[in-house]
Write a protein that binds this ligand. Structure first.
Ligand SMILES: NC(=O)c1ccc[n+]([C@@H]2O[C@H](COP(=O)([O-])OP(=O)(O)OC[C@H]3O[C@@H](n4cnc5c(N)ncnc54)[C@H](O)[C@@H]3O)[C@@H](O)[C@H]2O)c1
Length: 455
């Protein structure tokens, strides 16, 4: 592994070319000169759309994310929305306002699956409905774009993988970052040795506002007359109607997956894509409910640590993920990969690569060693390579969500494959769900990422 890393580091330096010459022009030359040939600039290819390439789409779960997904999907040429399912009248009325009065709407998702004119569905329901609707949809012959986390419980993953294999349908999970230019660039840089040997990664979310931390407004007309509560709880513990449990579902373990399932899962997806990892082996969580005593059952501060073992794809490394919903500074989210030669800060449309400074040494033994190695003037100043290089997406880039849907529809049209399929989605969801298990059980969890079994 070390030899490979050393070879790829040399490769990266070679790609930097005559780094010293570039420095004399200013280190920003790399950031600006994206088409210079020093680095491959990632481009998107969207093939032409034939008459038979039209894809009829339906949305199941027309809340915030499902609606946003649908808007993104409709930007792809040849995609048409024909039906929407939701359990709340207000959402169905909004859908008709937004996408046209002739839209077919229903509260029964099987009515969508029974329609033969629908090719693909987006599943934007709360987490606890993902598995059942995904499996039913694939068996009904639909391709599925299922929001993250793919599953609500660690036991639910294998059945989705099985359904995907049995039906041959395209199934993609909704962690959009995986399809972004930023993630692709980070993957390429890591492979080329830009940060040397990976040893550590970290991710962080800081939030503070009530809506940001899941205290969503409850519509004035919320009632058992406007909400199909019976269906909502039909696959979980039956309880009397509770508007908070419907509109603020993320706060309750029956329906949501806490900070880890909601947020950590995105970073597992990106990290696994960038590093080629299958997942961590050991998971340990700590945290607490510090502020939002609003009846929620999940912590509002959560720290997770994850040990990744050495594989053919990467050396052993550690991951630290943190989430704070009472952070007075608010608003920050990041993913950083750290290696022996530098680090990368990664977003969907930007990667900031920082590399080690070349340290000067006034150590006389070092000077003597250099003299012995033939350097007659070891004190002489040298040309330094750039310390920081920023890669930014070209202006007009449509973003990770667009690319993710583009990949989904291309796979459908070309009988192709997607990266974030059921197996990938399960490997991203599992450590997040085990992080919750570790928090609630107050003990470390062990996972075999290759076989996808809890130990
Ligand atoms: N990829 C991302 O960046 C991202 C961002 C936000 C949310 N999400 C995911 O999207 C999903 C939805 O989150 P949200 O914030 O949009 O929640 P939301 O509460 O705004 O929307 C959920 C909708 O599903 C409906 N619903 C509930 N059960 C249903 C059922 N059985 N059949 C049909 N409709 C049902 C609800 O009425 C509601 O309108 C979650 O899994 C979440 O983790 C992903």
């Amino acid at each position: 592994m070390k030899e490979n890393t050393e070879a790829s580091r040399r490769n990266f330096l070679k790609k930097l070319g005559t780094a010293t010459a570039a420095v004399s022009l200013g280190s920003n030359v790399f950031a600006r000169d994206k088409r210079s040939g020093l680095f491959t600039y990632l481009k998107r290819h969207q093939g032409g759309i034939g008459a038979n390439d039209r894809i009829n789409l339906a949305l199941i779960g027309a809340g915030g994310q499902g609606s946003s997904d649908t808007e993104t999907a409709l930007q792809i040429p040849g995609v048409k929305l024909v039906a929407v399912c939701d359990l709340y009248d207000g959402r169905l009325a909004d859908a008709k306002k937004r996408w046209g009065a002739d839209l077919f709407t229903t509260k029964i998702y099987k009515e969508i699956l029974n329609r033969t004119d629908i090719d693909a569905v987006i599943i934007g329901t709360p987490d606890f409905w993902h598995q059942q609707i995904s499996i039913d949809a694939m068996h009904a012959g639909k391709h599925v774009y299922c929001e993250k986390p793919m599953v609500h419980s660690i036991t639910e993953g294998p059945a989705i993988i099985k359904a995907q294999h049995e039906t041959g349908k395209i199934f993609q999970v909704g962690s959009q970052g995986v399809s972004s230019l930023g993630n692709e660039k980070a993957k390429e840089l890591l492979a080329s040795g830009a940060i040397g040997q990976l040893n550590y990664a970290e991710g962080f979310w800081a939030r503070r506002g009530a809506v940001e931390v899941w205290e969503y407004p409850i519509p004035a007309d919320a009632s058992p007359q406007t909400v199909d509560w019976e269906t909502y709880v039909s696959n979980t513990i039956k309880r009397p109607f509770d508007e908070k449990r419907f509109f603020r579902w993320r706060n309750y373990v029956d329906y949501g997956t806490g900070m880890a399932g909601d947020l950590f899962v995105h970073l597992f997806s990106s990290l696994h894509f960038i590093t080629g990892s299958l997942g961590p082996e050991k998971i340990y969580a700590s945290g607490g409910l510090r502020f939002w005593h609003d009846g929620r059952e999940v912590p509002d501060v959560l720290l997770g640590t994850f040990d990744y073992g050495k594989t053919m794809a990467h050396p052993a490394f550690n991951l630290s993920l943190r989430c704070n919903f009472v952070d007075g500074t608010s608003g920050s989210t990041y993913l950083k990969l750290v290696g022996s030669e530098g680090s990368m800060d990664i977003t969907w449309d930007k990667v900031v690569l920082k590399r080690n400074k070349v340290f000067e040494s006034d150590d006389p033994f070092y000077a003597e060693k250099m003299r012995n190695a033939g350097d007659v003037n070891p004190e002489r100043k040298r040309m330094l390579p750039p310390e920081e290089i920023t890669y930014e997406a070209e202006k007009g880039y449509l973003g990770g969500p667009y690319d993710h849907f583009s990949n989904f529809f291309n796979a459908i049209r070309n009988s192709g494959k997607v990266t974030e399929d059921a197996t990938f989605g399960y490997r991203a969801a599992a450590p997040a769900l085990l992080c919750n298990d570790s928090y609630f059980k107050n003990e470390p969890m062990f996972w075999n990422p290759e076989k996808m079994v809890k130990i």
